[in-house]
Write a new protein. Sequence first.
Length: 336
Amino acid sequence: MKELNIAVVGATGAVGQEILKVIEERKVPFKSLKMLASSRSAGKKITFMGKTYTVEETTLDAFKGVDVALFAGGPASRAFGRDVQAAGTVVIDNSSTFRLEEDVPLIIPEVNGEAAKNHKGLIASPNCSTTLLVGAINPLHQKAGVKRIIVSTYQAVSGAGAAGLTELENQSRQILDHEPIHPDVFQHQIAFNLIPHIDVWQEEDYSKEETKVLHETHKILDAPDMAITVTAVRVPVMRSHAESVYVEFEKPLSPDEAREILAAAPRVVLQDKPHDNIYPMPITATGSDDIYVGRIRKDLYNDHALNLWACFDQIRKGAATNTVQILELLLEKDWI
C-alpha cells in the first residue's frame, strides 16, 4: 500500500483517540501524521507509536500537503469539510454533516464498499446505530430481501461523549449516597433510568437519531422503499450500543438459516445459545471491532419474520474503526 500524509481532525477527543489506536493496531501505512483539534487543544502533546506530536489548531492552512483527512466528527466537519475537499485532500468524515448528500458515498466497507469507488474526495461514515443495524441485517437481506424493520436501540452514555460518562458516574454515586442530582447532559436522570429521547425532535415526533438510522439505512442498502421504524433509547451503560430488531423478509428464512448466514458473514460474531446464557452484551462487545448477534428466533405471528438482538462497541466499529477501514479500502483498491 502507498504511504500517505494523513491528518486526524479531533485527535484529542474520544473518537479521534480511538482512530489513532486503530491506525496503530491495523498497521495503516503513512508517510506523515498531523494531529488537529480546536484552538482549545492546540499545543497539547500526544505520544503516538513512540513519537511525540504537537496538536495543531484546525485551520484550512493546516491541511496543506495532507493526502487524506480523517474527521472524528463535530463542528470541524461543517466548518472545513468541503473546503478541504476542494483543496484536493480526500476527506473521510465521521459526522452527520454530509451523510445524506447526493455526491457523498455513505460507506460500511463490508456492506457497500464498492460505492466508494467513484468518490469525489468526500466519503461519509454512518451513524453508529445505523452501522450496527445494517451490519447485522445485511447478510440476511442479501439472502431473503428485507421488507420491514422495527428496531429499538439501547445506546450507551459514551455516545454523548466524555460528559455523558461523567454524568452517569456522578449520578450513580449521588443516588447511592442519597444526594440530590442535577441532570445536565441528558434531559432527565440517566443513572438507574432509561430515556427514550436522543437528539432533537423532528418530523412526526421522531428524534433526529431515529431519522438518521432510517434515512442512512435506505441510502446504504439502496432500498428507499424499505419500511423502517426506529425508537432510540439512552441507557445507563458506559460503552457499547445494543439493538432489538424485528426483520420481515420477502422470502421465508428460518432461524437456523439465519444463524448459518451470520456465522459466515464478515465482522459478525454469532452468540446465540440462550439456554447456556450466551448472547451479545455490551460488556463483551466493548473493545471489539465485531458486530455480535444472537437471540435469533422466528416471529410467532409472521412466517416471513425473525427477531434478533445485536450489540457492538459504538466507538470502535461504530466510529473509529469504520473510518479507518474506509481509508484501507481506498488504499487496497487504489481509489486514492
